[in-house]
Design a protein around this ligand. Structure first.
Ligand code: SRM
Ligand code: SF4
Length: 563
């Protein structure tokens, strides 16, 4: 096997802590792009260079360069923003981006379509609202996920606070971001720069952390490199069960890449949280594969070292042994919609936002509606890990006003949509994602309508089936945890995956490869007929398919536990 470091490792190494030639790239008015090496570095600053793929061919024929623009992603741990911040981000979307806010599967906002000339002004406008984009992408710890309803008890709020602090603790210390985008001066003769936690080549690959609060597994905790499952005993946060080595990404046709669920390795108290997170992260930093990026995620590092050896390494770095796991039970992944009352009598409204895209469309002015709500709302907005939105912390007397605004602007999908529609996830895919092989977000409404038609035919309209679609096998909508998943292979063609559970504890498996819409609708039609006739009461669609041996469990179906 090659021992040559991957190309990106060299770029990081000579980047002077993520500066590279970004200044020169930004100053070059001859192109809408940045230099190639800088495209790897700008990710660490929370942005991706993209081009409009709908226009690619036309521009090529016109001998024009691709229609370059930049995607920007926020670092918003747990996805919490104030109404003032919401208004600032809305203004950024309207002034600099494509007039939409995109809520992601990691509780962040994305802006699409920002042109190079306005990139700096856009990042400054975001930072002016006290939100940054540091490490939203790149080979570092990414936005930290937290169960979306942390106000349901005092302990929920504590978990959220731990996640926020951990996100700060694991933030790179390079000043490159402030210098490049916020015009902060370098202090002459100051301390030489260093990255105590990451080192000058950062991590081998992206690194993702999530905090789950049972019984909700809305964060899909086992899909992350590092998962913390809160253990709340008698209303008090006792600590966290720790899971390591989850990840969704795979490459078509390369059996050495695959999605995996995390392994539970023990329990830590809140006071041990930072030490164990650092120990896992630095173990990955030191043992992760830096030659082949396809094999660089923690899941492969753990397979290489062995789970026991990995746990011993973590314990030795943390300076303590992990305690035995505590009991927990998940009953649900996905979100719970509608109003819920918090522990303190305040109210939280979870709205369905289809594919996370908030825009003004002819039939519904969602961006405008949420702007108007932000003007009067006195609580917060919370993004869910499933691309939805919580209008959080509302007084009992304000509920009526919020309801009226929600209804006026057609934001009340949660009241009448089928469970299928409420729970479906779609990644961005075309036209902005450079890796998309097939449509996802743009195809979702039509797809749902067709699948809903089939469900209706079999009397299954109320079946809470989880469907996820992604435009390629990278897994941004966590498709391998969908009871039904379509994973893009080519324009109009998908792999049909089936059989995950609804707790986020079992991966699905390949059912049919590289099929078109007619074929996968026909396959689903037949399976829905069987399900309608043969399901046991409350039996999930994925569970049914497994019981009937329609699909065989994929690798790593059960979560490996070290006793
Ligand atoms: Fe993702 C790459 C969008 C969550 C696995 N992801 C991308 C890029 C940046 C494409 C690229 O590299 O050029 C996509 C940008 C599309 C666009 O135009 O906006 C992209 N990923 C997204 C988002 C926006 C999907 C969404 O519709 O919500 C999510 C943003 C999350 C955030 O706020 O940080 C998003 N991506 C995920 C998730 C889900 C999660 O983290 O919970 C995964 C699977 C979990 C995992 O990481 O294992 C995921 N994205 C990937 C991968 C595959 C990684 C791997 O280990 O192989 C790539 C490709 C890569 O890294 O090389 C990728
Ligand atoms: Fe792009 Fe693939 Fe991620 Fe979808 S799953 S956003 S197509 S990288």
């Amino acid at each position: 096997m090659s021992r040559e470091l991957s190309h990106v490792e060299h770029i990081k190494q000579r980047s002077r802590f993520l500066r590279g030639s970004l200044l020169e790239s930004l100053a070059d008015n001859h192109t809408g792009a940045i230099r190639e090496d800088d495209t790897a570095l700008i990710k660490f600053h929370g942005s991706y260079q993209q081009d409009d793929r709908d226009l690619r061919e036309e521009r090529r024929q016109q001998k024009l360069e691709p229609a370059y623009s930049f995607m920007i992603r926020t670092r918003t741990p747990g996805g919490v923003v104030t109404p003032e911040q919401w208004l600032a981000l809305d203004a950024v979307a309207m002034r600099f981006a494509n007039h939409s806010l995109r809520l992601t599967t990691r509780q962040a906002f994305q802006f699409h379509g920002v042109i190079k000339r306005e990139l700096k002004a856009t990042l400054q406008a975001i930072n002016a609202s006290l939100i940054d984009t540091v490490s939203a992408c790149g080979d570092v710890n990414r936005n930290v996920l937290v169960s979306a309803n942390p106000l349901l008890s005092q302990a929920h709020a504590e978990v959220h606070d731990w996640a926020r602090r951990l996100s700060l603790h694991l933030k790179p210390s390079s000043r490159a971001y402030s210098e490049l985008w916020l015009d902060e001066e370098r202090i002459a003769g100051g301390e030489p720069e260093s990255e105590p936690l990451y080192g000058e080549t950062y991590l081998p690959r992206k690194f993702k952390i999530a905090f789950a609060i049972p019984p909700d597994n809305d964060v899909d905790v086992f899909a992350h490199d590092l998962g913390f499952i809160a253990v709340i005993e008698n209303g008090v946060l006792a600590g966290f069960n720790v899971s390591v080595g989850g990840g969704m990404g795979a490459t078509h046709g390369d059996a050495s890449t695959y999605p995996l669920l995390g392994h539970l390795i023990g329990f830590v108290t809140p006071g041990q949280l930072f030490a164990v997170a650092e120990a896992v992260l630095t173990s990955q930093r030191d043992f992760g594969n830096r030659e082949q990026r396809k094999h660089a995620r923690l899941k492969y590092t753990i397979e290489k070292l062995g789970l026991d050896a990995f746990r011993r390494e973590v314990e030795s770095r943390a300076g303590f042994s992990l305690a035995p796991l505590r009991d927990f039970r998940f009953d649900h992944n996905g979100d719970r919609f509608g109003w819920r009352e918090g522990h303190d009598g305040r109210w939280h409204l979870t709205l369905r936002i289809e594919a996370g895209r908030i825009a003004d469309k002819p039939d519904a002015l969602h961006l405008t509606g949420l702007r108007e709500i932000a003007i009067v709302h006195t609580g917060e907005f919370r993004l869910t890990p499933n691309q939805n939105l919580v209008i959080a912390n509302v007084g009992a007397r304000q509920r009526g006003d919020i309801d009226a605004q929600v209804q006026r602007h057609g934001l009340d999908l949660y009241r009448h949509a089928t469970p299928l529609r409420l729970n479906a996830l779609a990644c961005v895919a075309l036209p902005t994602c450079g890796l998309a092989m097939a449509e996802a977000e743009r195809y979702l409404p039509e797809l749902l309508q067709k699948v809903e038609g089939l469900l209706k035919r079999h009397g299954l309209s109320n079946a809470p089936i989880h469907l996820r679609i992604s435009g390629c096998p990278n897994g941004c909508s966590r498709p391998y945890l969908g009871e039904i998943a379509l994973v893009g292979k080519a324009p109009g063609r998908y792999n049909l995956m089936l059989g995950a559970d609804r707790q986020g504890q079992r991966l699905n498996a390949l059912y049919r490869e590289n099929i078109d819409e007619t074929a996968f609708l026909a396959a689903l039609d037949a399976l829905f007929a069987d399900y309608a006739a043969g399901r046991e009461s409350d039996e999930g669609f994925g569970d049914f398919l497994l019981r009937r041996n329609v699909v065989q469990p994929a690798r790593n179906i059960a979560i490996k536990v070290i006793p």
